[in-house]
Design a protein around this ligand. Structure first.
Ligand code: ADP
Ligand code: NI
Length: 214
C-alpha cells in the first residue's frame, strides 16, 4: 500500500471496529474496501475516492458510535487531519450519506464513486457472509431467529425501518432479497446473482428443517 492516507485509513477503521460483534467488525469494512476497489476499476470510477469512502463508510454509524445522525464528524476529522481539501472531504462524506438502506427512503448515489461503494456494501450484506452478518446482528439485538406469528413488513419508511424489531428471517424479506435488483452497476449485478441464489437455497432449507421435513 503506497498511499499513506489509505494505509492510515485502514488503521483508523481497524481501531474503530475492533470490539464489534454485530456484523460491523473491521473485516466487513475491509471486504467492502476490496470489493469496491474491484468494482471501481471495472466501472472507471476514481479509485482513491472510492477507497477512502469505503474505509470510512461506517465510522460514523449512529448505531455504533452515537454522534449526531446524518453527520460525519469522525470521517471529516480524519480526512482534515490527513490534509484533504474541503471539496474532497465533501465528496467523500456525500458518498457516505447516500449509502445506507433506509426502506422506501433509500437513496441512489449521485456519483459513480458512490454507486460503487453502495454496491460493495450491499454485496457484503448478501450471500453466505450476508447470512452470517444478519444472524450476528439479530443476536446482538436479542432478536428471534424466526417468528411465524410476525410476518415481514413492506413499504417501511426510514423511521419505521430503523425502529423495526422483527426477526432475522424477516430481515431477508425486508432488505436482503431486495438488494439484487437494487445494484447500481453491471459488475455488481453479476456478483449479486450467485449470492442471491445462495440465500434462496438457505431459506428453502431453513423452512424445511423448521417444519421438520428434513
Ligand atoms: P451496512 O453496514 O451494510 O450499512 P447495517 O448497518 O444496516 O448495514 O447492518 C449491518 C448488518 O446487519 C447487515 O448485514 C444487515 O443486513 C444486518 N442487519 C441490519 N438490520 C438487521 C435486522 N433487523 N435483522 C438482522 N440483520 C440486520
Ligand atoms: Ni457497511
Amino acid at each position: 500500500m503506497n498511499d499513506p492516507v489509505i494505509s492510515n485509513a485502514i488503521q483508523f477503521a481497524r481501531e474503530s471496529f475492533q470490539n464489534d460483534c454485530s456484523g460491523h467488525d473491521f473485516s466487513h469494512t475491509y471486504r467492502v474496501f476490496r470489493l469496491a476497489e474491484t468494482l471501481a476499476i471495472q466501472e472507471n470510477a476514481d479509485l482513491r475516492t472510492v477507497q477512502l469512502a469505503a474505509l470510512l463508510h461506517d465510522v460514523d454509524d449512529f448505531k455504533l458510535f452515537g454522534g449526531t445522525f446524518g453527520q460525519y464528524a469522525r470521517a471529516e476529522r480524519f480526512l482534515k487531519e490527513k490534509g484533504l481539501d474541503d471539496k474532497e472531504i465533501k465528496r467523500i462524506c456525500t458518498i457516505i450519506s447516500e449509502i445506507s438502506f433506509k426502506g422506501t427512503e433509500t437513496k441512489t448515489p449521485t456519483t459513480i464513486e458512490g454507486k460503487v461503494v453502495q454496491d460493495a456494501d450491499r454485496l457484503d450484506a448478501i450471500g453466505a457472509i450476508g447470512i452470517g452478518r444478519a444472524f450476528a446482528f439479530g443476536g446482538s439485538r436479542n432478536r428471534s431467529m424466526y417468528d411465524p406469528e410476525n410476518p415481514p413488513k413492506s413499504g417501511m419508511n426510514a423511521d419505521e425501518y430503523a425502529k423495526n424489531q422483527g426477526s432475522t428471517i424477516n430481515h431477508f424479506y425486508e432488505k436482503l432479497l431486495l438488494l439484487r435488483n437494487l445494484m447500481n452497476t453491471p459488475s455488481a449485478r453479476r456478483l449479486a446473482e450467485e449470492r442471491h441464489a445462495f440465500m434462496e437455497e438457505f431459506l428453502k432449507e431453513f423452512f424445511e428443517e423448521w417444519e421438520g421435513k428434513r
